[in-house]
Design a protein around this ligand. Structure first.
Ligand code: SF4
Length: 247
C-alpha cells in the first residue's frame, strides 16, 4: 500500500465488521475520491479493504475475471458477488463456476426473488419484451440492492472507456440510490490495459467475448456486435435502453 492510501485508510479505519451510517459513508468519500483518482487500481482496492474490511465486496458480471483476479491478489477470500438473473448465457455461468474453482475468492451468487417462471406467471411471459425496465428492476436492481445491505461499499468493473454514459464514473464515489460507497478501481483503464492485464495474468475471460459479444448481459437482451462498433451497442439493441439501472 502506498503512503497515501495507508494514510487514508488509517484515517478512515473503523470497526470494520460494523456498518457505518449513510451520513458517515458519504462524509468519508467526500474527499477520498479526488485523492485516489490517480492511484493504481490495486491501491484503490487496498484502501477499500483497509477501510471497510468485510463490509466491502466486488461485483462481477463474468464478462471477464480481471477485477476478481486483481482483488484476489490484494485480499484473498474477498467476497465476489455474482447476480444470477436466470437469463444468463451458459458461458457466463461456466465462467462464474471457473472463477469459483480457480480464484481465492468467496463467490456469492444472488438471485431475484422470483424465478423466471414465477415472473412470467405474475407479469406475463417475457417481461423483457413488454417492460424491460421493470424486468431489470426485478431481476437486477432489487436483488443487488438487497444483497448490498450487508456491505458499506461495493466495487464494480465500470470503466470510463466503455461508453459515453460512463465517462464520469469516479474511482470512489457516493452511490446515493443504494446509500453505499461505490468503488470503480478500473475506471481509468483503457481497453488495451484490460487486455494486457488479462494476457499477463492468464485471467479467465467469458468465451463469448471472443465470439462477438464484448459486453455480455442476459441472453434475451444481448446481441453480437460488428468489429469496431460500440462494445455496448449489442445491449438492448434496437431500443433506447442503455443501462439496467444498477449504475
Ligand atoms: S437485461 Fe433483459 S432479461 Fe435481463 S433483467 Fe434486464 S430486461 Fe430482463
Amino acid at each position: 500500500m502506498t503512503a497515501a492510501t495507508t494514510r487514508l485508510a488509517q484515517a478512515n479505519r473503523g470497526t470494520q465488521t460494523e456498518g457505518r451510517s449513510p451520513e458517515e459513508l458519504r462524509e468519508l468519500v467526500s474527499h477520498v475520491g479526488a485523492e485516489l483518482e490517480l492511484a493504481p487500481a490495486e491501491h484503490i482496492i487496498e484502501w477499500a479493504v483497509a477501510t471497510f474490511g468485510e463490509r466491502f465486496c466486488i461485483t462481477s458480471s463474468m464478462g471477464d475475471a480481471a477485477l476478481a483476479h486483481l482483488a484476489s491478489t490484494v485480499a484473498p477470500g474477498i467476497d465476489v458477488v455474482f447476480l444470477d438473473t436466470g437469463y444468463h448465457f451458459a458461458e457466463t455461468i461456466d465462467t462464474r463456476n471457473a472463477v469459483q474453482a480457480t480464484l481465492p475468492v468467496n463467490l456469492v451468487t444472488i438471485a431475484p426473488e422470483q424465478s423466471v417462471a414465477e415472473q412470467d406467471a405474475a407479469h406475463g411471459k417475457d417481461l423483457y419484451k413488454t417492460d424491460p425496465d421493470l424486468c431489470c428492476k426485478l431481476r437486477k436492481v432489487a436483488p443487488l440492492t438487497e444483497s448490498l445491505a450487508s456491505y458499506d461499499a461495493w466495487a464494480t468493473g465500470l470503466r470510463r472507456a466503455e461508453t459515453h454514459n460512463r465517462v464520469i464514473a469516479p474511482v470512489v464515489g457516493w452511490d446515493a440510490r443504494k446509500g453505499k460507497v461505490k468503488v470503480s478501481p478500473l475506471a481509468r483503464w483503457s481497453d488495451d490495459q484490460v487486455e494486457r492485464y488479462i494476457k499477463d495474468n492468464g485471467v479467465l475471460v467469458n468465451p463469448l467475448v471472443y465470439d462477438g459479444y464484448p459486453s455480455i448481459g442476459c441472453f434475451p437482451c444481448t446481441r453480437r456486435v460488428a468489429p469496431g462498433d460500440d462494445p455496448r451497442s449489442g445491449r438492448w439493441a434496437g431500443t433506447t435502453k442503455t443501462e439496467c439501472g444498477i449504475h
